[in-house]
Design a protein around this ligand. Structure first.
Ligand SMILES: [Fe+2]
Length: 332
């Protein structure tokens, strides 16, 4: 490949190409100049570039016995160059050969163009993913700065929710969405006064009613972000319960999306297992007993089964805080 910009060369033999270099050295210099600048060479004179490209091309053509050069063009852009030589049994390329290679070249050029487009799309996707994870990490840090309990809870719920999703056979892509949802699911608690969040005794009904606004607040904060997963819906619904006794909308059964049903179970198990400002930890056994008792009533039976299995048969453990923090940083 010679370059993409500025060199509009028609199908040519090696001799014609050499003649073209002599007639249009500036165009050729421009190509190599572009290439070298891409590699960071900024102080190279045009004269040096011209001499160097003549030397390189002469060398390439002679060494490889190149007889025919076919430009690979897609949408009038030069995407590459096909070098043909050493034709068996030593005859020169005929007009028919040239026409055939010219026809094939447009298909090769289109394939190269498609490959480049695909690569560009992938690069853009990687960049977008990095940006999104940066935003999520920043939001998590904001919550953490204000309320370490909630931040720790979100990270531990994330680990458990992803493990449940994996046990239920959800595809990797959907588990990735579960991870993002878990890390943000209580972001709406940012509007709850810190005195309520860290109150060391039982909450009043009024205080609890303020806490209960957090799914909707989280939804409002994030709703303008077009996640490729139902992140905002899951956040809005993660306190809904199967029998319709949850909040904010009192949804029931399969009206609650699967991600929210998984999050609901992971949320309860983590919350009961952990220390809270207003009570000591109730313990993992009590948490598992609670979801077993309410299996099919408050909690999705399949989600409960997967959760019990990963604790009792697969040895799932909430990660140590240092490890969870490290994971959160790496994932961003
Ligand atoms: Fe919550």
């Amino acid at each position: 490949m010679l370059g993409r910009k500025g060199y509009d060369m028609a199908q040519a033999t090696a001799e014609e190409l050499k003649a073209d270099f002599q007639a249009r050295p500036k165009a050729v210099s421009q190509i190599l100049g572009d290439v070298l600048r891409e590699f960071g060479y900024t102080s190279i004179s045009d004269e040096w570039v011209e001499i160097e490209i003549r030397r390189l091309l002469r060398q390439t053509l002679t060494r490889n016995h190149i007889e025919l050069l076919v430009p690979l063009k897609s949408k009038e852009q030069l995407t590459g160059m096909l070098f043909l030589g050493n034709k068996l049994p030593g005859e020169p390329y005929s007009t028919e050969n040239r026409q055939l290679s010219h026809k094939a070249s447009s298909e090769v050029a289109a394939s190269i163009e498609n490959a480049c487009l695909y690569e560009n799309v992938q690069r853009a996707q990687r960049k977008l993913k990095k940006t999104m994870e940066g935003v999520i990490h920043a939001l998590s840090l904001t919550v953490e700065a204000r309320d370490p309990y909630t931040a720790r809870h979100q990270r531990r719920v994330t680990g458990l929710a992803c493990a449940i999703a994996g046990e239920m056979g959800l595809p990797e892509w959907r588990i990735e969405g579960m991870r993002i949802t878990g890390l943000l699911h209580d972001v709406g608690k940012i509007v709850v006064p810190a005195e309520i969040l860290s109150k060391p005794c039982k909450l009043s009904q009024y205080e609890f009613s303020i806490i209960k606004t957090h799914p909707e607040v989280g939804y409002e904060i994030l709703k303008e972000i077009e996640f490729p997963w139902p992140v905002t819906q899951a956040i809005l619904q993660h306190h809904e319960r199967l029998d319709g006794s949850g909040y904010p909308a009192g949804l029931s059964g399969k009206d609650i999306i699967l991600e929210a049903r998984i999050l609901g179970v992971a949320d309860v198990v983590e919350a009961m297992s952990s220390h809270r400002p207003y009570r000591p930890a109730l313990g993992l056994d009590s948490a598992l007993e609670e979801i077993s008792k309410k299996r099919g009533i408050l909690y999705d039976p399949e989600v409960v089964d997967a959760c019990l299995k990963i604790f009792t048969e697969k040895g799932f453990k909430f990660e140590q805080e240092e490890q969870v923090e490290h994971q959160a940083v790496v994932s961003s």
